[in-house]
Design a protein around this ligand. Structure first.
Ligand code: HEC
Length: 146
C-alpha cells in the first residue's frame, strides 16, 4: 500500500511535469487596442476595467499561474472565448454581445459576470449591487450614443 502511494505521488509529479510540454495556452498575446466604445462616462470604463478587462479586452494581465499547466489551459480558454464574445478593445468589430447591451445587462445584473470562480481569486473585481446598476446604466447610455 505504501509503495503504491509512493508511486502515485511520483507519477502525479511526473505527469505534472510532462503536461508542461503541451503548447496550448502559452500564447499570451495582447493584440493592440483598436477601438474602445465611446464611453458615456469615465466611471463606466473604470468599472469595466476592474471587472471585465482581464478577459474581455486586449489588456489582459496574465497571472503567473497562466504559465503553468493545467491552470494555463483554463485561463487561456476563458480569455479566448471571452474576447470572441465581447471585446472592449476591438469595439468596431461589433460582434456578439457587443451589439447587444441587453445581454450585457442580464449577465451583470444576474451576477453571472464577472464569473464567480474569477472573483474568488480576484476580489478587486467584485461588484457591489450599486456598481452593477451604475455599470448597466452606463453601458446602455454608451450604446445609445454610438
Ligand atoms: C474570468 C474571465 C471573465 C471576466 C472577468 C468577465 N467575463 Fe464575461 N465571459 C467570460 C467567458 C469565458 C464568456 C463566454 C462563456 C459564457 O458565456 O459563459 C463570457 C461571456 C460574456 C458575455 C456573453 C454571454 C453570451 O451568452 O454570449 C457577456 C455579455 C459578458 N461575458 C459580459 C461580461 C462583463 C460585462 C464583464 C464585467 C462586468 C465580464 N463579462 C467579465 C469570461 C469573463
Amino acid at each position: 500500500m505504501r509503495k503504491f502511494l509512493k508511486f502515485s505521488i511520483i507519477g502525479g509529479f511526473a505527469a505534472l511535469i510532462l503536461i508542461q510540454i503541451i503548447p496550448y495556452g502559452r500564447n499570451h498575446e495582447n493584440r493592440a487596442v483598436k477601438a474602445e466604445p465611446l464611453w458615456d462616462s469615465p466611471e463606466t470604463r473604470v468599472i469595466a476595467k476592474k471587472a471585465c478587462f482581464n478577459c474581455h479586452s486586449n489588456e489582459t494581465i496574465w497571472p503567473f499561474y497562466s504559465n503553468i499547466a493545467p491552470a494555463s489551459w483554463l485561463v487561456y480558454h476563458d480569455v479566448a472565448e471571452a474576447r470572441e464574445k465581447l471585446n472592449f478593445s476591438e469595439w468596431q468589430n461589433g460582434k456578439g454581445a457587443a451589439e447587444n447591451p441587453q445581454l450585457i445587462k442580464s449577465m451583470v445584473i444576474s451576477g453571472e459576470m464577472p464569473p464567480f470562480q474569477y472573483t474568488m481569486v480576484h476580489p478587486e473585481a467584485r461588484l457591489t449591487s450599486e456598481e452593477r446598476t451604475k455599470f448597466v446604466e452606463g453601458i446602455i447610455k454608451t450604446f445609445n450614443q454610438k
